[in-house]
Ligand binder design. Structure first.
Ligand code: AMP
Length: 207
């Protein structure tokens, strides 16, 4: 079972990726998280990625496909793959055709206003556990799971959020039309609380 999660920044892709992968034992390709890890490397390539992420722009397709292929070579994904944040462009969707055949596309639908509100209040620990208005941590500023401090992401600045929303509407949203003729697109109301969103996704996956 291969799944794509599509949605603007702040729609809950990261949170639902963790839920779905655990429930259905899927391999996870969370491209944003993988790129953030690359960006910590003190190499010219790492620095280049760090710059692109901070501006909220997309990294080149050569980088994305290389990272994905490398990860999939290492893993044994017998139950399937969950793609979080990939594809984000038509070009990437076409490249994905050679990597995996997709069974479900979930569009996490949410308004730009709600995205801006969520991202301005979003924090996460260095392991990527996410907190915000709908998922508060028990102790302020501390991750419930591993006790690491919580911080705002470098690309959750107003400028970068706006850029990421523009890219989402211009480049990623058209993918819904790309996949629609295959009858695999499911639109989920992502403004609900995370457990309700997950319940809606499960209803479809368990059909
Ligand atoms: P995310 O964690 O999904 O919000 O992604 C964070 C950032 O990583 C994005 O704003 C982009 O800069 C980069 N990124 C994530 N996925 C992709 C992708 N499919 N193609 C290019 N850049 C990406």
């Amino acid at each position: 079972m291969n799944i794509i999660l599509l949605g603007p920044p702040g729609s809950g892709k990261g949170t639902q990726t963790a839920n779905i992968a655990k429930e259905y034992c899927l391999c996870v390709i969370s491209l944003g998280a993988m790129l953030r890890e690359e960006a910590t490397k003190d190499t010219p390539h790492g620095k280049e990625i760090k710059n692109i992420l901070a501006k909220g722009e997309l990294v080149p397709i050569e980088t994305t496909t290389k990272i994905i292929k490398k990860k999939l070579q290492k893993e044994n994904c017998t139950k399937g793959i969950l793609f979080d944040g990939f594809p984000r462009t038509l070009e990437q969707a076409e490249a994905l055709e050679d990597i995996a055949s997709i069974d479900y596309v979930f569009e996490l639908a949410i308004s730009d206003d709600e995205v801006i509100k969520r991202l301005s209040n979003r924090t996460q620990c260095k392991k990527g556990h996410i907190y915000g208005p709908t998922i508060p941590s028990k102790k302020q500023g501390i991750c419930d799971i591993d006790g690491f401090p919580l911080a705002q992401r470098e690309d959750d600045t107003q400028e970068a959020i706006e850029e990421r929303l523009v890219i989402y509407h211009d480049e990623t949203e058209p993918l819904i039309e790309y996949y629609k003729p295959r009858n695999i697109v499911h639109t989920i109301d992502a403004s609900k609380k995370p457990d309700k969103v997950f319940a809606d996704i499960k209803k479809i996956l368990n059909l």
